[in-house]
Design a protein around this ligand. Structure first.
Ligand code: FAD
Length: 558
């Protein structure tokens, strides 16, 4: 993130008689507008919005397509009239900002109803134009629908009416949510993803349950395939196949909407977003920018990143209002905390994943656990898959992932809070978290991650990852499976020796010589077996996340 030399503005200098123009009236823009009003009763605040709606619920759009949110009006959180009445805002919908004259501090706007142009003078200008869906240059792309605005949603709802088949292109969160909702409407849905995995923020072994959920629900999931052409009633895939598609949805990702900023000569960063400093100022100190359109500073390494999420857009909207009002705040680096629902699964992530750490050559310790969402004896407990990534040098938390039918959200939110507060992974062991059997466990899954980390950090135990087992076996290491014979018979790592945990002490002489990898289903029984074997002088590593993580990892390779 570039730092510009800025004039220091003492608090309150701007208070009173300011002209503030905001371009974009949804997450970032409207947060800025309403907060500004709460800070400054005398400012003139004008919001221009290209679409016909302000402050609508982007995140709810796929669920209206699916009929889960039946009433369209539920998406429309505010109207210009209500915003005028409560906040004294001048909100102009169907109005596009077409040019910024920085010398004269004027925004030229055009009414999309009458086509007439007018000028809005500003003392401070906030750009909150969001992002635009990526449109790949493939034949027939004009038939593909996108989902960004209420108008897009209306078009998709209308198209669903006459459709029996749909192809969704792109397995990111909007693609996955849209596929689920089209399925909900009774369409036969194919989801096409160019990489081997949907939901890129997850590591491959964590994505395996998501693939399983999509397939079990009846979605035809095509991985490592791309759409090469869109026909009138079908699409062509890179595999040469043709897949029926009355409806095609392009959900390939978004790009910062920087046209206006670029034309005004504002600095655009290497990632393609508007460059802002930690006061959310662009390269012109009178112009601020927030939300999907800007590059943010990554919380781990400070590098510029694009994180198109509602939480950051809303927080930046509030911060920019504070900054314009002269309050002493700073923009914060982003962790990218996110969650998506996939057919009843919660998929939540924060910080960096292992793929990114490996690509950056950054040392990391990995911990997988498979706890229950709440105490197992209380009805309704669901399995969770958790992954924690830790800096082995400092014990700092680098990232986490959670997948499960219940409780993934709160575990990731706790870890995100710990990261923001600068807690180490071992500190997670000491968190006092609310407990009753229907909500969690007396040792919460987050505490358990801390226990495992502390064991590893202190050298009490050592672990090996699912993808390292084959190489270890080639090097002569023996895999000891300490599950029951029944579990072993139902499926095991090739070459593993079965010695159930309760028999390890009595059968020590049966355990082959040399280094060992010990595992159970998820790692808990193996931890005890590891300690018993260590006490007998053996060199042992616990297979992190156990057989369950190994199976998921191997499935992600096939
Ligand atoms: P937006 O909220 O997109 O607002 C930008 C507005 O600016 C647009 O309405 C646009 O019309 C207007 N505009 C652009 N240029 C001009 C111009 N020149 N003149 C006038 N107006 C202009 N995030 C989450 O964290 N969780 C979710 O569950 C989630 N679900 C999503 C589901 C969908 C279908 C979509 C599309 C997004 C979802 N997001 C989600 C992302 C989230 O909505 C965005 O990150 C957030 O809205 C970005 O806020 P913003 O203010 O930067 O841009």
């Amino acid at each position: 993130m570039t730092c510009f030399i800025i004039q220091h503005i003492p608090p309150g200098v701007y208070a009173g008689l300011m002209n503030i123009v905001i371009i974009g009236g949804v997450a970032g823009g409207m947060s800025a507008a309403t907060r500004l009003r709460r800070l400054d009763e005398s400012a003139t605040i004008t919001v221009v919005e290209r679409s016909g709606h302000v402050s609508f619920a982007n995140c709810g759009l796929p669920y209206h397509v699916g009929g889960v949110i039946p009433e369209r009006s539920a998406l429309l959180l505010q109207t210009p009239e209500a915003l005028r009445a409560r906040f004294e805002l001048d909100v102009r919908v169907q109005t596009e900002a077409v040019r910024i004259d920085r010398d004269r501090r004027v925004v030229v706007v055009r009414s999309l109803m009458g086509g007439s142009e007018s000028e809005l003078p500003y003392d401070a200008l906030v750009l909150a134009p969001g992002a635009r869906p990526v449109r790949p240059a493939i034949p027939g792309i004009e038939r593909a629908l996108a989902l960004r605005s209420v108008e897009d949603t209306d078009a998709m709802v209308a198209a669903v009416g006459g459709a029996r088949t749909a192809v969704v292109v792109g397995g990111g969160f909007i693609g996955v949510e849209t596929a689920e909702n089209l399925l909900h409407r009774g369409l036969a849905v194919t989801l096409v993803e160019a990489t081997p995995q949907v939901m890129a923020p997850l590591d491959p072994e964590m994505g395996a349950p998501v693939h399983a959920a999509l397939r079990e629900a009846g979605i035809d999931l095509r991985l490592s395939a791309s759409v090469t052409a869109i026909g009138e009633r079908d699409v062509e895939l890179s595999t040469g196949e043709r897949v029926p598609a009355d409806l095609v949805v392009a959900a390939i990702g978004v790009r910062p909407d920087t046209g206006l900023a670029q034309a005004a000569g504002l600095e655009i960063g290497a990632r393609g977003g508007i460059v802002v400093d930690d006061h959310l100022r662009t390269s012109d100190p009178a112009i601020y920018a927030v939300g999907d359109a800007v590059e943010k500073a990554d919380a781990l390494d400070g590098s510029p990143v694009l994180v198109p999420l509602a939480n950051t857009a809303n927080l930046q909207g509030r911060r920019v209002a504070d900054l314009i009002a002269g309050r002493d705040v700073r923009d914060r680096p982003v962790l990218g905390t996110a969650i998506v629902g996939v057919l009843g699964l919660q998929v939540a992530t924060v910080g960096w994943n292992e793929k990114r750490l490996v690509a950056a050559g950054r040392a990391h310790r990995v911990i997988h656990t498979h706890p229950l969402s709440h105490a197992g004896y209380y009805p309704g407990a669901q399995g969770l898959a958790l992954k924690l990534l830790v800096d082995p040098g400092t014990d700092a938390i680098l990232g986490a992932q959670a997948v499960g039918r219940d409780g993934a959200d709160k575990r990731i939110d706790v870890i995100a809070t710990a990261m923001r507060g600068g807690l180490t992974a071992s500190d997670l062991a000491e968190l006092e978290l609310a407990y009753a059997p229907q909500f969690g466990s007396a040792k919460d899954p987050v505490n358990m991650l801390g226990f495992v980390d502390e064991n590893l950090a202190s050298g009490l135990t050592d672990s090996i990852q699912w993808h390292e087992v084959e190489d270890a076996q080639r090097d002569g290491v023996t895999v000891v499976d300490v599950r029951t014979p029944e579990e072993f018979a139902a499926g095991a790592i090739p070459g593993a020796v079965n010695v159930p945990v309760d028999e390890v002490r009595d059968r020590l002489d049966e355990v082959p010589e040399g280094d060992l990898v010990v595992h159970c289903a998820v790692g808990v029984r193996a931890h005890l077996a590891t300690r018993i074997l260590q006490a007998s002088g053996r060199s042992v590593r616990n297979l992190d996340g156990g057989y369950r993580t190994w199976v998921a990892g191997m499935a992600s390779r096939s």
